[in-house]
Design a protein around this ligand. Structure first.
Ligand code: SAM
Length: 289
């Protein structure tokens, strides 16, 4: 039987993401957001920070196998995404025996156009050892499926585009999952990209369902996939009381505002080159974030 996208909408599906993605018809979803397992191994590597250990998934593949799997997953997501659609892929740099593994090493082998690299300042160090400066950031890659030959895509509305490419969100703590998103992260993406339009938001490694909860609160449809029955149950449970998280989301939405756009400033001959944070309200200040 041929499956339609409506068969997948507003569901949390338990299973291997690649197998499930292959069943979804092409050009079905508007937007996706995810944080895959990072292939970090499961050994205790630091004395202050515990390594993440998932239910039902061992985060320890050979590097080649891991990268090929990520390329296959990302290309399946490309196939099921509509032209002009986006996928936000959170990952970080890792080191194995002193060699750095960088996500661009496999992202550049996928079909996606890489639109932007966003720095997620998590405000805490993931590994506290003195071999390098404290690594407190992860990256979020904005991947784009071109509309025909147009690799640039539509402009963001000014109120979203005035947020910077450095996002400062501490990790979520009140969650039974070992590596959840803070809900403001998917909320920022969905609100900026869909901008109150409806659409299906996918998270192929949904974990505790944070992306799906943000999508639901913003009036979108969602599809979450995870290999662990326990996490799928956790996600479904969270979705049933999603209103509990609305106040966090509202705080994020307030940041999507702008007092004057660059073109307003340019027209009035005002300064356009400086970026300041909210609260620093000198004249000619861009009020944002
Ligand atoms: C970093 S966590 C995602 C957490 C999520 N962003 C949240 O807010 O809770 C990665 C998830 O991928 C799931 N996973 C690992 N391998 C998978 C696979 N082959 N198919 C589907 N899910 C998988 C794990 O169970 C884990 O929940």
């Amino acid at each position: 039987m041929v499956m339609q996208i409506n068969d997948f909408a507003n569901k949390i599906i338990c299973g291997d993401t690649l197998e499930i993605l292959r069943k979804i018809p092409p050009d079905s979803i508007e937007l996706g957001i995810t944080s895959p397992p990072y292939n970090k191994g499961e050994k205790q590597k630091g004395w202050l920070v515990k390594n993440v250990k998932y239910d039902k998934y061992s985060d320890k593949k050979s590097e080649d196998e891991y990268r090929q799997n990520q390329i296959d997953v990302l290309n399946e997501i490309f196939r099921i995404t509509k032209e002009g659609g986006s996928f936000f892929y959170n990952h970080k740099n890792r080191w194995e025996k002193g060699i750095m593994h960088h996500p661009l090493q496999w992202l550049m082998k996928t079909k996606w156009t890489i639109k932007q690299e966003i720095v997620w300042d998590r405000t805490i160090a993931a590994n506290i050892r003195g071999w390098r400066f404290w690594q407190i950031d992860e990256k979020i890659y904005w991947l784009y499926k071109p509309k025909g030959n147009n690799k640039i895509g539509d402009e963001l509305e000014a109120r979203h585009a005035m947020l910077s490419s450095v996002w400062r969100f501490p990790p979520e703590r009140n969650n039974g999952h070992p590596a959840p998103f803070p809900i403001v992260l998917p909320a920022r993406i969905i609100f900026s990209i869909l901008n109150k339009k409806k659409g299906i938001v996918l998270d192929p490694y949904a974990g505790s369902g944070t992306t799906c909860v943000a999508a639901k609160l913003l009036g979108c449809d969602y599809l979450g996939i995870d290999i662990s029955e326990a996490y799928c149950k956790m996600a479904k449970n969270r979705l049933s009381y999603s209103e509990k998280d609305r106040h966090k989301l509202e705080e994020e939405l307030k940041k999507h505002s702008v007092s004057k756009t660059f073109s307003d400033r340019k027209m009035k001959g005002e300064h356009t080159g400086k970026y300041r944070k909210t609260g620093q309200t000198k004249p000619n200040t861009i009020v944002n974030q």
